[in-house]
Design a protein around this ligand. Structure first.
Ligand code: HEM
Length: 154
């Protein structure tokens, strides 16, 4: 079924809003852990861990909305969805492959943040690991945004 125009717009709005929450949150979490590394203060490390734990909840909510609305985007294109033999189809296939690997990596990231938060010995090394993790998260999310922009605007 092809979605009607206002519904398709709403689906796109949900897609872009979810992406904004995921990317903005990853940058904020990176910034909090960067601050903890730079100051080396224990309260900043604890703060960075709290921000990371909160982000993980937001991340999975936002990604749920992004994936659901991404499928909705395909629905609104209907028969206009081209196969992998076209540049558009290859971009979509690449985007979905990167996304699948990213979601698997994100499950590991969520687990490691929750283990780190459960330990009482969070230190500068913990903050350094968080900073690297959220730098990678931000870069992969931006790559997915790039694929999305190519899909939508060529
Ligand atoms: C199952 C997952 C996903 C599917 C099936 C999907 C599908 C799509 C499709 C078909 C479009 C083009 C819409 C159009 O031409 O009107 C699109 C646009 C886009 N996607 Fe996704 N997507 C998914 C996940 C993601 C993720 C994880 C991100 C980024 C983190 C993302 C970012 C974007 C962006 C930024 C656009 C451009 C929106 C615009 O400028 O209007 N998508 N997506």
């Amino acid at each position: 079924m092809v979605l009607s125009h206002p519904t398709a717009l709403l689906v796109r709005l949900l897609h872009v809003t979810g992406v904004g929450v995921a990317v903005g949150g990853a940058v904020l979490t990176w910034a909090a852990s960067h601050r903890a590394v730079s100051t080396g203060r224990a309260d900043a490390v604890d703060g960075a861990l709290v921000v990371a734990e909160t982000y993980e909840w937001l991340f999975w909510g936002a990604l749920g909305a992004v994936v659901a609305s991404g499928v909705g985007n395909l629905g609104s294109l209907g028969l206009g969805v081209s196969g992998p033999e076209t540049a558009w189809g290859t971009t979509l296939a690449l985007k979905l492959t990167v996304l699948a690997a990213f979601l698997a990596g994100s499950a590991a990231r969520t687990l490691s943040v929750s283990f780190a938060a459960a330990r009482s010995n969070a230190d500068a090394a913990t903050a350094g690991r968080l900073r690297a993790t959220y730098a990678v998260t931000t870069v992969v999310l931006l790559a997915l945004v790039g694929f999305g922009e190519v899909l939508a605007h060529g």
